[in-house]
Ligand binder design. Sequence first.
Ligand code: C2E
Ligand code: MG
Ligand code: MG
Length: 542
Amino acid sequence: MRLSRRGRGIFLISGTLLCFVLQMLIFKVPNNGTLLIAGAPVNVTGIIQAVMALVCVVLVLLNAKIGIIIARIALSISALLMILAMVRSKMLTPLPGAVTILLSLVSCEVIAKQFRRMEAESITDYVTKLINRRGLIRELELEQKDSKHFHMMFLHINNLKVINDNLGYEFGDKALVIVAKRIQSVVGKDTIVSKLDGTEFAIAIPEKEDVKEMAEAIMAEVTKKLVLDCDGVPANFYLRACAGVATYPEDTNSILKLLRYADIAMYHASKNSKEKIVYFNKNLESELIRRAQVEEYIQESLKHDYFFLVYQPQYYANSKRLRGFETLIRMKLPDGTNISPGEFIPIAEKTDLIFKIDEYVLKRAMKEFKEDIAKSNEKLLLSVNISAKDISSPDFHNKLSRIIEETGFPAECLEIEITEYSLYDSLETTVANIRSIREMGAKLALDDFGTGYTSLAQLLNLPFDLLKIDKSLVDNIETSEVSRDFVNLVIYMGHIMNSEVISEGVETESQLKLLKDQNCDFIQGYVWSRPLALRDALEMCR
Ligand code: C2E
Ligand code: MG
Ligand code: MG
C-alpha cells in the first residue's frame, strides 16, 4: 500500500502519540504488570511492550529518518524502565521484556539502515556514483526553497556509441566515469553535478559564476583527449559533446520546466554544427512544438501519400550533356502547404521515420525511371539521397538489394548519395554498406562535400565515384579567393583519387565559368535547371 505524504505524516504523529500513551500505561498497570482477566493472570506490561515495539517498527517503515528517532527514544525509555524495575524488585521477571525491547530496537536500527541505503541508491547513478535525475530534482527543490538562483546545464556526449561499439560497454562506462570526474574538477564546491539517463549530465551552476565561462570550461575539459587502457594498450578517443543551458528563475520558476528547457536547448545544440552550447530562449520551445507537428505531417504523408518526387538534372560541365538526375523528395499537404525537405528530413532523421522515407524514395524513383533509364543510350544515372542513419544500419544492404530486385532497376544506373556526416564515426557497418553498394554495381557519391569533417584517410579508403561540392562553397567562389582555391583543391584532389567532381547549387554564369575553368566535371544548379516534375524529367531522358 502506498501512502501519500500527508497520510504518512498522520500515521507518524498518531504512532508517536500511541507510543507515549503505551509508555504511560506501563506505569499505571498494578501488580507488576499482571492483571486477572477472566480469572486468569495476564502479563499486560508484556503485551503493551510488544504493541509498542510493533508501532516503532511501523514508524521506521513509514519514515526511516524520523521513525528511528522516535523508536530510539520510546524503546530506550521502555528498556530503562524494565531495568529499573528489575533493580528495584531484585527479581528477574522483567528481564525477558527488556531483552525483547532491546531486540526490537536493534531490528528498528537494521531496518532504518537498510532504508537509508535503498534511499541513497535510488538517487545515485550506479556507474558514475553521481546523483541521478531523482536526486537532482530533490537538490534543486532545496535550492528553490533557499531562494537560490542558478543555471541548469545539460551536457550530452554524442559519440559514446563509438566506444561502446568498438570496445564494449565496460569501456563506455569507464569513459562516463572519467567525464564525471572531469566535470567535477572544473566546477566549484556548490555546483551540483548529476548524471541523467544514457549519456547525459546535468550541472546546476550557481548564479555567482560566469555561466558562459564555466560552460565552455566544462565543454573543453570533457572533449579533451581520452585515453582508455585496453589490456595495457592505450586507446585514444576524442569525445564530442553538446550542451544546453537554462536559467532559474529567469527562464521559469518551475524545476521540471527548467530541466525541459535545458533539454530543449541541448537538442538545438545537437542539431547545430557551429554552436556546441545553446542558451535557452522561448523561440527554441516553439521550434520544438513545430518539430512535433512536422513529425505528425511525415506520418500522415507516409500513410496518405502526400510525398512526391522531383528530379534535378546533372550535366557535363563542358558539353551540357545530361549526366542524370538527383531525386529530391517533396511534401505537399492536402491544404496546399509545402514543407521543405530541408525541414522535414532532419526531423525524420531524429526518429526511425527516415528509414521509411529512404525506402519510399528508392522504390518510387526506381519504379518511375525504370523503363526510360534502361532504354536511354546515354547511360543516365539516377541519384538517390540516403541518410546517415540508414547507411549505418545493418539492414541497409538487404533493403537495397531487395528493392533493386523488386523494381528491376538496372543497378549500374543507380547512384547512392551519402553525406560526409555519415562518415563521422566511420562505423564498421557503414563502411561495409558503402562497399556493398559498389559490389552491387551501383555508384557512390559523397554529398555536401566541404561542409563536414571527412578525413583524407577516409576518402582514400572509401571508393567514391563522385564528390559533390556543397552549394555553400560554390556560393562564394566569385567573391572569395579562399573559396575559389578550396574548390580548386577539392577538384584536384577528387581527380587524384579517381573520383569525378560535381558542383551543386550553381546559380550564375560566372560561377559556371569559374568551375569549368577549374575542370569541374559536372554541374547541378538553377543556372541550367531547377528540379523537374517526373513528366519533364522523363521527357528529357527520351
Ligand atoms: P542535397 O542532397 O544537397 O540536395 C541539393 C539541394 O539543393 C536540393 O534542395 C536542391 O533543390 C537544391 N538546389 C539545387 N540547385 C540549387 C541552386 O542552384 N540554388 C539553390 N538555392 N538550391 C539548389 P532540397 O530539394 O530542398 O533538398 C534539401 C536537402 O534535403 C537535400 O540536400 C538532402 O540532404 C535532403 N533531401 C532531399 N530529398 C531527399 C530524399 O529523397 N532523401 C533524403 N534522405 N534526403 C533528401
Ligand atoms: Mg544530395
Ligand atoms: Mg548536397
